[in-house]
Design a binder for this molecule. Structure first.
Ligand SMILES: Cc1ncc(COP(=O)(O)O)c(C=O)c1O
Length: 406
């Protein structure tokens, strides 16, 4: 029998829908897949070349468990350039993806029964990471009318003597919501008065639109920086999801705790990927700028199409590559006698009837919504938006009881 711990972890719903979509595609069905969270662009050529060179030079052995000093230096330089903050190498760890950094970070911070505040909608993995550390997730819903941004009052109301950390993801997966400096300052005023850490998951910090000034929580003053651990990586900004390189920057004792744990889990991140990541972080950033411009164009197109659906509303995100439309007013309607009652039924309706794969909002703690990723070609998006809006229009009200059809 497997452990209680393993039993507590559900399979990622994101992957479940994607797996069904993949199976349908394998059967030759033309499915538009808007479910996955990775850029559709190739890894930039200069980055690929750095990886190839690493192999050719036989750079294929173990490195320092927390990452090569040269990569830590590239991370420090990137943070300096982006945030104006100086981090020493002992304040940085490199891991096999940001997910791995988050896992080791939560293992290093959270003792049994300690609480981690997570605003909802949240990235599906967060509560599981807290569970694996025997901690308790305190899920705090944000309001759509507040742009999915947690207010200072909402944060304050959920801090208890057991709170160990507050997990902030801006820009957010799944909403794309990006906190302004003023909104972060309001949260920082609450954090200053309590002894808790802030985990700033900045993985989408480069993917912001309309010249929105993206601020990291770590930038709000030296006192705040001392309580904050930045988590980031190359997956999203440099289209490197498969290379598995993420990193964390924060107080040296926390980073050291993570390093000790990591040395017994993954050991070092892949040597070859580390060399490629140095090139991504320190090399030319032109591909990134191109990718952001394209994401913005796609966001605007999808928003325009979706908002034309009569019952659907959709928040305009400033970052990441997701839309998180509210489809609640379709609940209760039906197709061929089968009602749609929640986001999972909506996801399967869209997959089966519209041949479009999306992720039910329930997976992110927001059942009134569905998540669409626009990290796919414009051609796919055009097809996908047309299919979704046509399928929504086919949903109808249940005929009133006793009504005559004559
Ligand atoms: C909010 C958020 N944080 C972290 C990650 C993990 O990224 P990585 O591929 O570096 O593990 C993801 C990936 O989907 C994400 O959406």
């Amino acid at each position: 029998m497997i452990s209680k711990r393993a039993n507590q972890i559900g399979e990622s719903p994101t992957f479940k829908v994607a797996a069904r979509a993949k199976a349908m595609k394998a059967e030759g069905i033309d499915v538009v897949d808007l479910s996955l969270g990775e850029p559709d662009f190739p890894t930039p050529e200069n980055v690929k070349a750095a990886g190839i060179k690493a192999i050719q030079e036989n750079f294929t052995k173990y490195t320092e468990s927390g990452g090569m000093p040269a990569l830590k230096k590239a991370v420090a330089d990137r943070i300096k350039e982006d945030y104006g903050l100086t981090y020493g190498l002992k304040e940085i760890i490199v891991s096999a993806g940001a997910k791995s950094s988050l896992f080791h970070l939560i293992q290093a911070l959270v003792d049994e029964g300690e609480e981690v505040i997570i605003p909802a909608p949240f990235w599906v993995t967060y509560p599981h990471l807290v569970t694996l550390a025997k901690g308790k997730s305190v899920i705090v819903p944000t309001k759509e009318e507040n742009g999915f941004v947690l207010t200072a009052e909402e944060l304050k109301a959920h801090i208890s003597p057991a709170t160990k950390a507050f997990l902030l993801n801006s820009p957010s997966n799944p909403t794309g919501a990006t906190y302004s400096r003023a909104q972060l300052e309001a949260l920082a005023d609450v954090i200053r008065k309590v002894d808790i850490y802030v985990i700033a998951d900045d993985i989408y910090n480069k993917l912001v639109f309309d010249s929105f000034p993206c601020v990291s929580f770590s930038q709000l003053g030296e006192d705040i920086r001392k309580k904050t651990i930045i988590v980031n990586g190359v997956s999203k900004s440099y289209s490197m999801t498969g290379w598995r390189i993420g990193y964390a920057a924060g107080p040296a004792d926390v980073i050291n705790g993570m390093d000790k744990i990591q040395s017994h889990t993954t050991s070092n991140p892949t040597s070859i990927s580390q060399r490629a990541a140095i090139e991504a972080l320190a090399g030319p950033q032109v591909e990134l700028a191109r990718m952001v411009a394209e994401f913005q164009r796609r966001r605007d197109f999808c928003l325009m199409k979706l908002r034309a659906a009569p019952r659907l509303s959709c928040f305009k995100p400033q970052g990441a590559f997701y839309l998180f439309p509210n489809v609640r007013s379709y609940y209760g309607l039906e197709f061929n006698g089968a009602p749609i009652r929640n986001s999972t039924e909506m996801a399967y309706y869209l997959l089966n009837e519209a041949r479009v794969a999306i992720v039910p909002g329930e997976a992110f703690g927001a059942d009134d919504h569905i998540r669409l990723s626009y990290a796919t070609s414009m051609e796919n998006l055009e097809k996908g938006m047309d299919r979704i809006t046509a399928a929504l229009a086919r949903l109808s009200s249940r005929p009133a009881m006793g009504s005559s059809t004559s």
